[in-house]
Design a protein around this ligand. Structure first.
Ligand code: SF4
Length: 454
């Protein structure tokens, strides 16, 4: 059973010495309770306390790192069954699969695609994570050539090497340099040889069995052979199979009923014949390493978008940094639109402003990520905040006029903002989709009304 923060606190030395990196023992206890710190960070814990805390504070699913460098993947360290209970922490790596019977140029092209393709959405760059190379030829030499073709692209992507034959994996590992590829897969037949390879190369290892008991036994065998960084492949025969097995694994792992199952899960969607459905299932239901054939553009966008949505903390609004943002090249007469720092509001408005082709400024004020309507209702958006933001971001140096367009939903504040700032407040539309028409009509009219006669 996981311990609560206060129970953990009782076992800590209470020196408040900060050596663990936290300001007090209580904050350290809270982190331990959330599975976000390691007991070893406190040098003053005696062995008895460490033994008591170790098992119950460690995240129930082990963190596994695949690859090195900028594009490495971190998976695992999840604490909940349902995202709304808290959040899911480490998004699954989505990895494009090639096999060693493909022409080497095609393998190189898929690698370059994963290296270069980026979808920018809600301020984040979304990318695929690696290349899985399968030894379908049965030839260790050919497998090595295929892996070398991937590595030659200098994509620095974590490779996943799929082969039943340890000799083929050995031939491929020669080309992986200092990367830490994920090796697939140890089974009860080859566990010893696969563990020896994983140990020799410091690489994480997938273990594969179509029963939970089989996985548990392989975890025990691998641990006895000195391999701790494991990923579980439940070898599903169908999507229903995958859902049943991963749900069972996740439940038994996070409740610590079967701690041996506390490892991330691997899912090869290319084997299901239902690529898109399998991808969506894997992202939502507990796969941490997802293998897929290279996706068509529509499916690629859908997968990246779904992953971003599922792995966004539902308890934290996604926020923009408050400040003054430019759309186009605004001059000193350009309109200024004030809004909140809720990311969705920002990016929606920014998109409509860009399509209006009216260069302007966006004054983004800090409402702690709340939307306009919620911020007004909660008192987070106030005339003082707008006044202080105008000063803080030196808006008066950027424009010569003193007119501020506020969102339609902030209209109850218009008078108070005028009094606090001495700026003329114009109430914009409630719907961001109407901002283009508003700028072309209302703003232009306002400019005409205040321009000196020629
Ligand atoms: S290092 Fe240990 S004693 Fe010091 S503050 Fe952290 S938990 Fe407390």
């Amino acid at each position: 059973m996981a311990l609560k923060a206060l129970d953990i606190y009782k076992l800590l030395p209470k020196k408040n010495c900060k050596e663990c990196g936290d300001p007090t023992c209580l904050t350290f206890a809270m982190k331990l309770a959330g599975g976000k710190a390691d007991v070893d960070l406190c040098p003053y814990l005696d062995d008895a306390a460490k033994a008591m805390l170790g098992a119950s504070t460690r995240p129930p699913i082990r963190l596994i790192r695949i690859g090195f460098g900028e594009r490495f993947i971190k998976v695992g360290e999840e604490n909940v069954l349902y995202r709304h209970e808290k959040t899911f922490y480490h998004p699954p790596g989505i990895v494009f699969k090639v096999d060693d019977t493909m022409p080497l140029e095609d393998i190189a092209a898929v690698t370059r695609r994963v290296r270069d393709e980026t979808l920018t959405r809600v301020g984040s760059d979304l990318r695929f994570n690696g290349i899985a190379i399968e030894n379908t030829s049965g030839s260790p030499e050919r497998f090595g050539e295929a892996v070398a073709a991937v590595e030659k692209q200098e994509a620095h992507l974590p490779p996943i090497l799929i082969a039943n034959d340890p000799a083929a994996l050995s031939a491929a590992l020669v080309h992986c340099g200092t990367y830490r590829p994920l090796l697939h897969a140890a089974t009860k037949e080859n566990c010893k040889e696969m563990c020896a390879l994983a140990k020799q190369h410091g690489a994480p290892l997938v273990i594969r069995s179509d029963t939970v008991d089989g996985l548990v036994q392989l975890v025990k065998d691998s641990a006895a052979l000195g391999v701790q960084d494991l990923v579980l492949d439940p070898a599903p025969a169908s999507l229903g199979d995958f859902l049943r097995r991963t749900t069972e694994i996740r439940q038994l792992a996070i409740t610590r009923s079967v701690p041996e199952l506390g490892f991330p899960v691997y899912f090869d969607t290319a084997k299901t014949g239902l690529q898109d459905a399998a991808l969506a299932l894997g992202i939502t239901k507990y796969a941490s390493v997802i293998i897929t054939r290279p996706l068509m553009p529509g499916s690629a966008k859908a997968a990246l978008t779904l992953r971003q949505n599922i792995y966004t903390d539902p308890q934290k609004p996604i926020q923009m940094t408050p400040g003054l943002y430019r759309v186009g090249n605004p001059d000193k007469n350009a309109p200024v639109l004030m809004t909140v720092n809720f990311s969705l509001t920002f990016f929606t408005l920014q998109g409509y402003l860009e399509s209006s082709q009216v260069p302007c400024f966006m004054l983004i004020v800090d409402t702690e990520g709340l939307s306009v309507l919620t911020a007004v209702a909660a008192g987070k958006l106030s005339e003082m905040l707008v006044r202080d933001s105008i000063k803080k971001f030196a808006l008066e140096d950027e424009v010569t006029h003193r007119k501020l367009i506020i969102p339609g939903y902030a209209s109850p504040l218009s008078g108070r903002i005028e009094d606090a700032t001495s700026w003329k407040v114009m109430v914009g539309p409630r719907d961001a989709a109407e901002i283009g028409d508003y700028l072309h009509n209302e703003w232009k009219k306002e400019q005409g009304a205040t321009s000196p006669p020629e």
